[in-house]
Design a binder for this molecule. Structure first.
Ligand code: BGC
Length: 762
């Protein structure tokens, strides 16, 4: 008997620390919710489907909700977002649980995108680390901080595959590849949600934007999307599916149309695919006023589009209040059913239950955790580490980097001593005053051994009307009172007195992100003029480029001696950049999105089809698929990134040249660190299906391993390939493999690879 009690106690203890204490059995949850719903009026049920924002955060639509307190008291609100801070959240929750009739607690959401108060590099940057544990950790830390401040719901991860860098929101995703994108989607969901939603430090994730938002025509924000099902299933849908499989509690519908039907009112998408095919059990929230916007899409008036959305499978209406104001009428008129309202309400109540809000509506408002977690020193340390691992070294002629910790450095450029642009887009709760600019970081890391001279040199842009559009959330492009010539003279003055120039240039943070599409993705003219003058000094030139998207940097990479692409790196940008420039960390990032040579090449991506007249190389060939005025290849391919050291790949060995559908084969390669530094390398595995019932890409990523090698060290890297790696959606959208020849490639980027081949046999 005693043993049994002891075992029960141990079990209880294990379950509690694993966070299962709040996750009572489904039957308990069902009983609870059924009995609650029996007490609810129709209006109260519709109220749960209403998500409002009282303002104060970043409002990305035209509307900010009004009379929020009254609506909460009347049971007309299911959740809020844009309310930041434990105290404010507690106050709002108090209204719900003391003043509304049934005291149903509210959900509190926010765009926790790359960190919370402590801001990490933008998601595209984090993806370049190819480090899944690190990415998961970044979401876990963000969740720990955000939940201590009252939040329980993150509008993240954004997993939209994007092949068009003109689209400003490439900054928020993981680049162009479905395989890598899926791994990252999973890591993020696991990071936010931990072992389940039961703990008070787990955030419910909301995978977005479902679906295909990254394929807007011309890269223009909110534009039309149109693509074949084969393309969707094979390239664009996998990351959303991976997030669903990882258990995301919610999904956000996107703004764009799919088959000419807005995603928010698209029944095929939200019900047939998401719920029936993929088995998603959580709830779907619209994007900001996306229900109302269906009127602009030409789908009818507010009542019609609200009914369309509910019928399609949407559960929660963000900001627009179409559900709140029209669903009752639609029910009376037979345009929606009571069951549809009940189902949506039930899914939202289930999320609240799983988050433990019915047990304790204030469980995420914990002042002790707040004091301990928010902006704690360990989070800053992590921010620095994450940033270092996200940078991509694009060029390093004659091993100019790392810099010596001696002599004189001219640190020049509009982003060299700037705090306002370090955090990057969608740092809703970050505080740029806390960020470290490069000048400060360089001084921190080099101590007194280096003489650092600083000059701004140029504005990010001299164009005042452009600056006005970028400066909507505060000054990001600060046009100096001095003339461009005065700034330039100062910069040239210090450049001439230095041993090396480090120019920190690029995009302001709000030149990417939502509603920040660009038709030209170059370095603005003011900065290019500066670079050309710096080049003329004949001093070695290092470029540190900050940006939220790939840029067309042909002149820059040709003329600089070294180029470090740092994206927007978050709070610790300056320290991390200095760590890398001075060699405290050997860069290991690899691009997750191709860099075009020119905008005219877009979309340029590595996993393209072959065409019937493929060009054998980059030289022009008449009547082949190419351009008269630019090569086919990107400026920098997917998977590319240098290190201070060098890696040599040995011969690729396959355990067999035939693969049976029930078996596996192993591909092995020896990688040697042949340079002068210890370093990390991302070893990448690509496959090509040579003959199939539909045209298949020239390469597809199917595996990768990030390895650390001391200088001189070698490691045997092995990949196991099985039938799952060869599957694709055929013309009938069946997930199949087809026997035949396959090629296999292993290398340090998608272009420089060792090749092998095998045959798939039944
Ligand atoms: C964006 C979403 C975001 C939402 C709430 C929208 O405009 O598209 O990504 O989660 O606003 O802030």
């Amino acid at each position: 008997m005693k043993t049994k009690i002891f075992i029960a106690l141990i079990l209880c203890f294990i379950l509690t620390i694993k966070g299962y204490s709040q996750q009572q059995p489904a039957v308990t949850m069902n009983n609870f919710i059924t009995s609650l719903m029996k007490k609810m009026t129709l209006d109260e049920k519709i109220g749960q489907l209403n998500l409002l924002t009282p303002g104060g955060g970043i409002a990305t639509g035209a509307v900010v909700s009004s009379d929020v307190e009254t609506k909460i008291s009347k049971g007309q609100v299911g959740g809020l977002f844009g309310v930041i801070g434990e105290e404010k959240i507690r106050q709002a929750q108090e209204i719900a649980v003391t003043k509304s009739r049934l005291k149903i607690p509210l959900l509190f959401g926010s765009d926790v995108i790359h960190g919370y108060k402590t801001t990490f590099p933008i998601p595209l940057a984090l993806s370049c680390s190819w480090d899944m544990l690190m990415i998961e950790r970044s979401a876990r830390i963000a969740a720990t901080e955000a939940t201590a401040d009252g939040l329980n719901w993150a509008f993240s991860p954004m997993v939209d595959i994007a092949r068009d860098p003109r689209w400003g929101r490439v900054a928020e995703g993981a680049g162009e590849d479905p395989y890598l994108g899926s791994q990252i989607a999973k890591a993020m969901v696991m990071g936010y949600q931990g072992n389940g939603l039961g703990n008070d430090n787990t955030l419910m994730s909301c995978v977005k934007h479902f679906a295909l938002y990254g394929a807007v025509e011309g890269g223009r924000e909110y534009n039309t999307v149109d693509m074949s099902r084969v393309k969707m299933y094979n390239y664009y849908l996998p990351p959303y599916k991976a997030a669903v499989e990882a258990g995301t509690g919610s999904v956000m519908s996107s703004f764009n149309t799919i088959d000419n039907i807005p995603a928010t009112g698209n029944k095929w998408l939200l019900t047939d695919l998401l719920r029936k095919q993929w088995g998603f059990k959580g709830f779907v929230v619209s994007d900001y006023t996306a229900v109302n916007e269906m009127t602009e899409h030409g789908m009818g008036d507010l009542q019609t589009v609200s009914a369309l959305a509910l019928n399609a499978g949407l559960d929660m209406d963000m900001v627009g209040e179409g559900f709140l104001t029209t669903l009752k009428k639609s029910l009376q008129e037979g345009k929606v059913t009571r069951k549809q309202i009940d189902d949506a309400c039930q899914r939202i109540l289930e999320a609240k239950y799983k988050l433990g809000l019915f047990t304790d509506p204030y469980r995420y408002c914990n002042v002790e955790r707040l004091a301990r977690e928010v902006l704690s020193a360990d989070k800053r340390t992590a921010a620095r580490e994450f940033a270092e691992h996200s940078f991509v070294l694009l060029k390093n002629k004659d091993q100019l980097l790392p810099l010596k910790k001696s002599g004189t450095i001219a640190l020049i450029g509009p982003l060299a001593n700037d705090k306002s642009n370090m955090l990057g887009t969608w740092a809703v709760s970050g505080n740029s005053d806390l960020s470290i600019p490069v000048l400060e970081g360089m001084k921190n890391v080099s101590g007194n051994s280096v003489n650092i001279l600083y000059a701004k040199g140029a504005n990010i842009s001299d164009d005042t009307s452009f600056a006005k559009k970028v400066n909507v959330f505060g000054t990001r492009i600060d046009i100096d009172k001095r003339s461009p010539k005065e700034m330039m003279d100062e910069a040239l003055g210090i450049a001439n007195r230095s041993d090396v120039i480090v120019a920190v240039i690029g995009e302001a943070s709000e030149m990417t992100g939502e509603s920040s599409s660009r038709s030209q993705i170059n370095i603005p003219a003011s900065q290019l003029t500066l670079l050309k003058e710096l080049k003329k000094t004949g001093k070695p030139l290092v470029l540190v480029i900050m940006s939220g998207r790939p840029l067309t940097i042909n002149w820059e990479t040709e003329n600089a001696n070294a180029v470090l692409f740092t994206w927007h790196a978050g709070d610790e940008a300056g320290n991390a950049i200095a760590d890398v420039l001075f060699g405290n960390y050997d860069p290991s990032g690899k691009l997750t999105i191709s860099f075009p040579r020119s905008v005219g090449q877009i979309p340029v991506y590595y996993n393209h089809l072959n065409t019937g007249r493929p060009n054998p190389g980059d030289d022009f060939n008449k009547f082949h698929s190419n351009y008269l005025d630019v090569e086919n290849s990107p400026l920098f391919p997917f998977g590319y990134g240098l290190s201070y050291t060098s890696f040599q790949y040995g011969d690729l060995k396959l355990s067999s040249t035939t693969l049976k559908t029930t078996g596996t084969i192993r591909a092995s390669i020896t990688v040697t660190n042949t340079g002068n530094y210890d370093g990390e390398e991302v070893v990448q595995l690509y496959l090509r299906d040579m003959v199939a019932s539909i045209a298949r890409p020239v390469k597809e990523l199917k595996g990768f391993q990030k390895i650390f090698l001391k200088k001189g060290e070698s490691k045997l890297v092995s990949f196991t390939i099985g039938i799952e790696d060869l599957k694709f959606y055929n013309a009938a959208l069946k997930y199949v493999t087809e026997p035949g020849d396959f090629k296999l490639f292993v290398g340090g980027n998608s272009q420089e690879v060792k090749e092998g081949s095998f045959k798939l046999v039944n």
